[in-house]
Design a protein around this ligand. Structure first.
Ligand SMILES: NC(=O)c1ccc[n+]([C@@H]2O[C@H](COP(=O)([O-])OP(=O)(O)OC[C@H]3O[C@@H](n4cnc5c(N)ncnc54)[C@H](O)[C@@H]3O)[C@@H](O)[C@H]2O)c1
Length: 290
C-alpha cells in the first residue's frame, strides 16, 4: 500500500524540493495543499497531486488521511510581515491551528513543521522582532503543547535562509540570493540593507528538503535545526558576486542567527552538502558579464 504524504505549501520554494525528493519513491503518494499566495504552478513537480486552497479549509480539501504531514504552507517572509500582519495571522495562526487539529483528529502519524531560526536570535528574543517570527515561534509552542496535551506525534525543524533553484527574486516576497542574481544579470548594483554586516547561515534548499524528510522518518520532538554551520555577512555574499553595490536603509533583521541546536546533526546524521560561496562561484561562471 502506498504512503500518503501531505505537503502544505508544496507550490512554494522549499515545499517544491521536498515534493521532488518524495515523488522519487514510487511508494509515496504526494499531495500538496497551497493557496498560491506566494506559490506558483511553475514549481509543480510531475507525479504529485495539487489542491488549491487555504490550510484553514484542510479538513474539507483533504479527505484522505495522510500518514505524514509536512507543514510549510504559511506566510513566509520577514520584512513585509509588518505591513501584512492581517495576512500573517490568517495564514499562520488560523491556518496552522487547523492543520494541527486536522492531524489530531485524523490521527496522522507525524506532523513535521518548518519553523524559523529567527526564534534563536538575540538570546531568544528573536521571536518578538517581527509579526512573522512571532507567529512561527507561537506555532512551535502550539505543536509542542499538542504533543503534551494529546500525544500528537511531531518533529519540528528550523530552516536557515534557503537558497537555490526556484527561489523568487521579486522585490516584496523575493529572498536575498535570487534578488542578487537578478540584479547581477541585469548589470545593476546589488542592494545591501545597512549595515551589511548582518550574518546569515545560507542553506541550500535541497539540503533543507533532505533534512526535513529525515526528520519525518526518524525525528521526534523539537529542535532539528537545519542550517549551514558557516555564516556569511550580506556584504561578503555581495562581494562573492562582484561588481557594484548600493547601501539602503531598511529593516536589516538580526545581526546573526544565534545558537544552532545540534540535534539534526547528532540524531539524524544530517549535514549540509553545498556551500553558498561555491554556488555563487558556479552562478557567476555560468553568467559571465559582458
Ligand atoms: N525560506 C527560508 O529561508 C525559511 C526559513 C525559515 C522557515 N521557513 C519556513 O519554511 C516554509 C516554506 O518557506 P518558503 O521559503 O518555501 O516560502 P514560500 O512562500 O515559497 O512557500 C510557502 C508556500 O505556502 C503557501 N501558503 C502560505 N500560506 C498558506 C496557507 N495558509 N494555506 C495554504 N498555502 C499557503 C504559499 O503560497 C507558498 O507556496 C514556510 O513555512 C517558512 O516560514 C523558510
Amino acid at each position: 500500500m502506498s504512503k500518503v504524504i501531505l505537503v502544505t505549501g508544496g507550490a512554494g520554494h522549499v515545499g517544491s524540493h521536498i515534493i521532488e525528493q518524495l515523488v522519487s519513491d514510487p511508494d509515496n503518494r504526494v499531495i500538496s495543499l497551497d493557496n498560491y499566495f506566494n506559490g506558483s504552478t511553475n514549481n509543480h513537480i510531475s507525479g504529485a497531486e495539487y489542491r488549491h486552497g487555504h490550510t484553514k479549509d484542510i479538513d474539507k480539501l483533504i479527505p484522505e488521511t495522510p500518514n505524514i504531514v509536512f507543514h510549510l504552507g504559511e506566510y513566509a517572509r520577514i520584512t513585509p510581515s509588518f505591513d501584512d500582519i492581517n495576512k500573517v495571522f490568517d495564514m499562520n495562526i488560523i491556518g496552522t491551528f487547523n492543520v494541527v487539529e486536522f492531524c489530531r483528529q485524523r490521527k496522522v502519524k507525524k506532523l513535521v513543521y518548518a519553523a524559523s531560526s529567527t526564534k534563536f536570535a538575540i538570546e531568544g528574543d528573536g521571536r518578538h522582532q517581527t509579526p512573522y517570527a512571532f507567529t512561527k515561534a507561537t506555532n512551535v509552542d502550539l505543536i509542542n503543547d499538542y504533543g503534551r496535551w494529546y500525544n500528537l506525534p511531531y518533529a519540528i525543524c528550523y530552516f536557515y535562509n534557503a537558497f537555490g533553484p526556484r527561489e523568487k527574486g521579486d522585490q516584496i516576497y523575493g529572498t536575498l540570493i535570487a534578488k542578487f542574481e537578478q540584479a547581477y544579470i541585469k548589470g545593476e548594483p546589488l542592494t545591501i540593507v545597512n549595515p551589511g554586516t548582518q550574518k546569515r547561515n545560507f542553506t541550500h534548499v535541497s539540503d533543507l528538503a533532505r533534512g526535513i524528510i529525515l526528520a519525518g522518518e526518524n525525528g521526534s520532538g523539537d529542535g532539528y535545526a537545519l542550517g549551514n554551520k558557516k555564516a556569511y555577512s550580506v556584504e561578503e555574499i555581495a562581494q562573492a558576486f562582484g561588481g557594484q553595490v548600493k547601501y539602503v536603509d531598511g529593516y536589516s533583521g538580526r545581526s546573526e542567527s544565534g545558537e544552532m541546536p545540534d540535534k539534526a546533526r547528532q540524531e539524524l546524521k544530517w549535514d549540509t552538502t553545498i556551500d553558498i560561496l561555491d554556488y555563487i562561484k558556479d552562478f557567476v561562471s555560468a553568467h559571465p558579464r559582458g
